[in-house]
Design a binder for this molecule. Structure first.
Ligand code: 26W
Length: 823
């Protein structure tokens, strides 16, 4: 692959080298010269794993000895990405691995690229979980991440003729070097059937008939923190047929049927649901949810019992369970069930424990994302849990009647069971000892709007904890040159204490530092330009402004506004000579997956690609604008893109983006944000001040006010008066973009101008357009004042310390979890 270097290795590096060669020999039965690059990757990973395992054994003993309280972070998504570089960095061996691999004729980057992304998540919520586990471990806090071992992660996106198509993500095809199977810890999870109650000595006994069981098989991925002694783990549960075991006894016919049943059972952990911010209410998803929480809780109780015996009242002192959005909510009635039916506790005792063990984070206020299950489906699949929910609901109604006497509408809105549905959010709100939002603004919306009635009942429970990201991955690993420059300028401490980055502010206007900082941005832009040339066949100019919007595709994130604005700029270059002459070249880069069933989002992807074709191939504009859609956006592609952005697009409709974390990744790497006062953008603005961020658009209260009225007049007026917007809109339906199919984008045109339910422009694209256009024009101007612009970029990196997930985790720990760091 690369050219071998002749640098002399240190004794430690020599030892590492023979370790790697040894793995190639013993694991693959090959000599080094015969090893494929994949074998080199696997051999490397195995040496790293050995080192983690050694630490693990020690760490495990420490946790046991100290009898510490543990956090179980339950999440349906853990978007881990690749682990090789993270683990090497965390073990502080990056230089050694680099040197050894170079000695073997590889670069670390080349080898790392061979690892499949663990794409076990859709977007923000899943990536947040991954950043959290890194920070928890780095802060020496004992914690376990718990999720499903999806055989297929989030689909691989392939753009065909401008359209998104979905391919399976078989990330396990070469095996997973990081996991360890724990078959001895498998547990049984039971679905369906009939529940029978009987009484023995005054105690209710539960039994089942016609139920079906599935085995849950755990796989553990050990995780080490940066410069920390603790090893935590991510536990991945995989579904296995419970009938596997008597397979031998089966005759030919039954053998095949048994195989079919096995397939049915194992389908539970087959695939990650690709919906983000939208629930579908599918039976299999309900089963996945119960499967994860039941397996995890059985394990938690077993561990607790082993260490502490059967005094269950101690559970809240030893265990805290975090529910990452409502998806694992069934953990609440499941713990009730286990304590009552299996451990013999009464309702009140169990309830007292349950209400001191669970904490819940909300990650979205989008109505279509709030999970509700049809009651009859729930009852059929989880009959015993349903009984428990009925009793929880009955008691909840008593509490509500006491607090809000006679207010039936309110009771219904706050109920666990109402309108033939089971409300997961209300189950959490009725049971958790802590509830939090993921930014200041988002928490205000929870308190004053969607969860207001619960907030008024118990204000102390609500917390605002702003999200963060791990600086180890999002700067040290993805932008090593910038990390090195920071080390040289302010010393190394910032990787464990991100607030130290603020010292960079002193260098914002220093010409020598500016030059170095700018050179790094430029070289990252070149790297991305090469990537684009290779993958899209489009030549982009690294000297142009790189304006990037990458995130899930959703109407509220307003990729649509971005595209309309690009069309408007393009039109103006064609018609306004002065404008064309002064126009500073721009490269607009998009990356986004759309949920496969979200037609409009997929149409927006097609629009971006079609607008790209139209503009990129128009010789009249002389390469001034390029539009690029980067396929298959995910963690590893983000790691490239965030380092190369000049402008970061964070333009959601105010009030809709709970926090955003992509915004932080760009900021950290010295991009300047153009954004609305939404989610964590608000706090980014507080950190960097007016000069270093471009804020535009309606504020969340202004959006909320407009949502209450149909708004047709305002929209009509905008349409009549803003001619560049009108022109761009008309081009959606006049064949300018795709001449052979004039009607292609009709739906996008219609939804903006007429809306779906008589409310046009649901996401305020048209109403924010002019403001957006003006601010974009200002950005283009400001960019050309190079010193001033680079100073802005440096200020963004300097003031990003607050957005470290280490800070977030410390807040969670102080306010909610109360874990003690392992010594
Ligand atoms: C059931 C379907 C479904 C799937 C995922 C509904 C909702 C979700 C997530 C809660 C959506 C999500 O990822 N939300 C994002 O969470 C991030 C981490 O807190 C925030 O930064 C983003 O603003 C928020 O959209």
């Amino acid at each position: 692959m690369a050219v071998k270097t002749t640098k002399k290795l240190t004794p430690q590096q020599e030892a590492l080298k023979s370790d790697i060669i040894g793995k190639v020999n013993r694991h693959f039965g090959k000599i080094l010269e015969e090893a494929t690059p994949h074998m080199i990757y696997a051999a490397c990973a195995l040496t790293v794993r050995d080192r983690i395992m050694e630490k693990w054994a020690v760490s495990h003993q420490e946790v046991k000895k100290e009898g510490s309280k543990k956090l179980y972070y339950l999440s349906f998504e853990f978007l881990m990405g690749r682990l090789l570089c993270t683990n090497i960095l965390n073990l502080m061996q990056t230089e050694d691995y680099k040197a050894v691999l170079e000695d073997l004729g590889y670069t670390l980057e080349q080898v790392a690229e061979l690892e499949n992304d663990a794409g076990l998540g859709n977007g923000g919520l899943g990536r947040l979980a991954a950043c959290f586990i890194d920070s928890l471990t780095t802060l020496d806090l004992p914690a376990y991440g718990c999720t499903l071992r999806y055989e297929y992660g989030l689909f691989r996106q392939k753009i065909v003729d401008g359209y998104q198509t979905e391919l399976p993500d078989s990330w396990l095809e070469y095996g997973n070097a990081w996991e360890v199977a724990r078959p001895e810890e498998a547990v049984k999870v039971t679905f369906g059937g009939d529940v029978h109650t009987s009484w023995e000595n005054g105690v209710m006994k539960i039994s089942y008939s016609n139920e079906r069981s599935v085995m849950a098989m755990p796989y553990d991925v050990p995780l080490c923190g940066y410069d920390s002694k603790v090893v935590n783990k991510l536990r991945l549960w995989s579904a296995k047929s419970a009938t596997d075991f008597d397979m031998r006894a089966f005759n030919q016919g039954e053998y095949v049927r048994a195989m079919e049943e096995k397939e049915l059972a194992e389908v539970i952990s087959k695939v990650l649901y690709p919906e983000d911010n939208h629930t579908e209410g599918k039976e299999l998803r309900l089963k996945q949810q119960y499967f994860l929480v039941s397996a995890t809780l059985q394990w938690i109780l077993k561990e607790f019992e082993m260490r502490n015996g059967d005094d269950w009242s101690l559970l809240p002192e030893k265990v805290v369970i975090h529910i990452n959005d409502t998806h694992p909510t069934m953990a609440i009635p499941e713990l009730m069930r286990l304590l009552m039916d299996e451990k013999g506790l009464g309702w009140d005792e169990s309830w007292d424990i349950v209400t001191h063990v669970f904490a819940y984070t909300n990650h979205t206020v989008m109505r279509e994302a709030l999970e509700k299950w049809p009651q009859d489906m729930f009852r059929r699949i989880l009959p015993r849990l349903y009984m428990i929910l009925e009793e929880m609901n009955r008691r909840l109604m008593e509490r509500l009647e006491a607090f809000y006497p006679g207010d039936a509408a309110k009771h219904r809105y706050m109920a666990i069971l109402a309108d033939n549905q089971v409300s997961m959010a209300n189950t959490c709100l009725a049971s958790c000892f802590a509830v939090n939002g993921v930014s200041k603004l988002h928490t205000e919306i929870l308190k004053n709007d969607i969860f207001k009635d619960y907030y008024l009942m118990d204000k102390e429970r609500f917390h605002a904890i702003t999200n963060g990201i791990t600086f180890r991955r999002w700067i040290a690993n993805c932008n090593p040159e910038l990390a090195k420059l920071i080390d040289e300028t302010i010393g190394k401490g910032w990787l464990k204490d991100a607030e130290k980055l603020s010292k960079l502010a002193d260098y914002a206007e220093d010409p020598v530092f500016q030059k170095k900082f700018d050179a790094i941005k430029k070289s990252n832009k070149k790297m991305v330009a090469e990537y684009i040339l290779e993958h899209n066949g489009i030549k982009v100019d690294p000297d142009s402004i790189f304006d990037i919007q990458c995130k899930r595709l959703h109407e509220y994130k307003r990729q649509m506004m971005n595209v309309l604005h690009i069309i408007a700029e393009y039109n103006r270059i064609l018609t306004d000579k002065d404008y064309a002459e002064s126009y500073y070249p721009k490269t607009y880069i998009f990356g986004a997956k759309a949920a496969p069933g979200y037609k409009r989002a997929k149409l927006i992807i097609k629009l971006i690609n079609s607008v790209g074709d139209m503009i990129n191939n128009d010789a009249r504009i002389n390469d001034k604008i390029k539009v690029v859609f980067v396929e298959n956006y995910g963690v590893s592609i983000a790691e490239k893109l965030v380092t190369a952005a000049d402008v970061s697009e964070q333009i959601s409709t105010a009030g809709k983006e709970a926090s955003g974390t992509g915004n932080m990744k760009f900021m950290l790497n010295g991009a300047v944000t153009v954004g609305t006062m939404d989610g964590a953008n608000v706090e980014m603005y507080e950190q960097v001040g007016d000069d270093n961020i471009y804020i535009f658009g309606l504020r969340s209260d202004e959006v909320a006010a407009r949502e209450r009225i149909p708004g047709g007049d305002e929209v009509k007026n905008i349409y009549a008066t803003n001619s560049s917007l009108r022109h761009a809109l008309e081009q959606l339906i006049d064949g300018s973009i795709v001449p052979e199919n004039t009607n292609l984008f009709m739906d996008l045109y219609n939804t903006l101008l007429f809306g779906d339910y008589g409310y046009p422009d649901t996401y305020m694209v048209l109403r924010d357009f002019e403001d957006y256009m003006n601010i974009q024009e200002r950005i283009s101007k400001d960019y050309q004042d190079r010193e001033k612009w680079i100073a802005k970029q440096i200020m963004n990196t300097a003031m990003s310390g607050y957005f470290s997930s280490d800070r977030t985790i410390e807040e969670y720990n102080d306010k909610i979890w109360h874990l003690t760091p392992i010594k």
